[in-house]
Design a protein around this ligand. Structure first.
Ligand code: P6P
Length: 333
């Protein structure tokens, strides 16, 4: 490959398709459609500061369009893109209580299902903080040619074919894995393409950042309180190796920790006794990426990818990031 040529997401997908002997292009087309929807959502998120975009669903904006919240808009864009790519037979998203099935002949024969948080952290948009889309892809387990069922979605995270996120931040990036490492692509708005910018991401084994909402301190399990104190104690040389960073947007906190090394913690609290984050479309995809990059992900006791889901919107306590820190919090718990 000539050195000056940037590798676009689509070129990378096609090149990597060759890695999968039996690949006939279905997964490639699926990932491509996620990339297209991400560019459409990105355009809207970047304009979110304008009066006519923000606000509650149900109003009418200056163009006379039905006003919708950005997470509803994002949900519609991703569902539309996945439905029309013909490779997905159904999708579960945070915005829909039940699974959404694509029951027409274009998709009924499709072999993939997708679990997705179309716009995580959307409450941050009004204050211009980065937000993200998180997706998780499985092969269906029920026979093709008819509507998918709940059991197609309640698979362990270890069964994921691929997972990734889009982060709408100071730049827009798509980071994903198909089980052969993690790669990051940065959107170049001047050509409208995601370009390979972070090949083969490996998270540092020894992380020094901890990300947690310490406002919930008094609710935390003792092991988490001990972990926070462990991060705050000065070492014998009177220096403090650890530092606290918390944005309040999972994708942003995870992305920074993935690149720099660190741990994201969302333990159970009084308000969220099962934990706040959803297993299917937040924890499993992020856990898949964390492990593919050399890190770990746990609910404090069990490897996240081994947890058998029992409901679509199930929540779990979530600890993920550099091996040293996840193992430390598991030890203290
Ligand atoms: P808290 C956003 O609502 C979210 O789901 C994650 O993106 C984020 O990390 C977490 O909740 C923030 O929750 O309770 O600290 O505001």
């Amino acid at each position: 490959m000539r050195s000056y040529h940037v590798t676009t997401l689509n070129e990378f997908i096609i090149k990597r398709q060759a890695d999968f002997v039996y690949a006939k292009g279905e997964l490639s087309r699926l990932l491509y459609s996620i990339g297209v929807a991400a560019k459409i959502v990105n355009k809207k998120v970047n304009k979110a500061g304008l009066v006519d975009i923000l606000g509650e669903a149900g109003n009418v904006n200056i163009q006379g369009e039905d006003q919708k919240k950005l997470d509803v808009f994002a949900d519609e864009q991703f569902i539309g893109a996945l439905e029309s790519c013909g490779e997905v037979c159904g999708i579960a998203t945070e915005e829909n209580n039940e699974i959404v099935t694509f029951d027409h002949d274009l998709s009924e024969g499709a072999k993939y299902i997708v679990c997705m948080d179309p716009l995580d952290g959307s409450s941050n948009i009004d204050v211009n903080v980065s937000v993200g889309t998180i997706f998780s892809i499985y092969r269906r387990v029920t026979p093709r040619g008819r509507n998918p069922e709940l059991q197609d979605f309640l698979q362990k995270g270890s069964k994921q074919i691929a997972a990734g996120y889009v982060i709408y931040g100071s730049s827009t990036m798509m980071v994903y894995s198909t089980g052969k490492g993690v790669n990051g692509f940065t959107l170049d708005p001047s050509i409208g393409e995601f370009c390979l910018s972070h090949p083969d991401i490996k998270t540092p084994d020894f992380g020094t950042i901890y990300s947690i909402n310490e406002g919930n301190y008094f609710d935390f399990p003792d092991g988490v309180k001990k972990f926070i104190k462990f991060c705050q104690v000065k070492d014998p040389t009177n220096s403090r190796p650890y530092t606290s960073r918390y944005i309040g947007s999972l994708v942003s906190d995870f992305h920074r920790n993935l690149l720099k090394g660190g741990i994201y913690l969302y333990p159970q609290t009084a308000k969220a006794p099962e934990g706040k984050l959803r297993l299917l479309y937040e924890c499993n995809p992020i856990a898949f990426l964390a492990e593919q990059a050399g890190g770990k992900a746990s609910n404090g006791k069990t490897r996240v990818l081994e947890i058998q889901p029992d409901s679509l919107h199930q929540r779990i306590p979530f600890y993920t990031g550099s091996k040293n820190l996840v193992e430390k919090v598991e030890e203290l718990l």
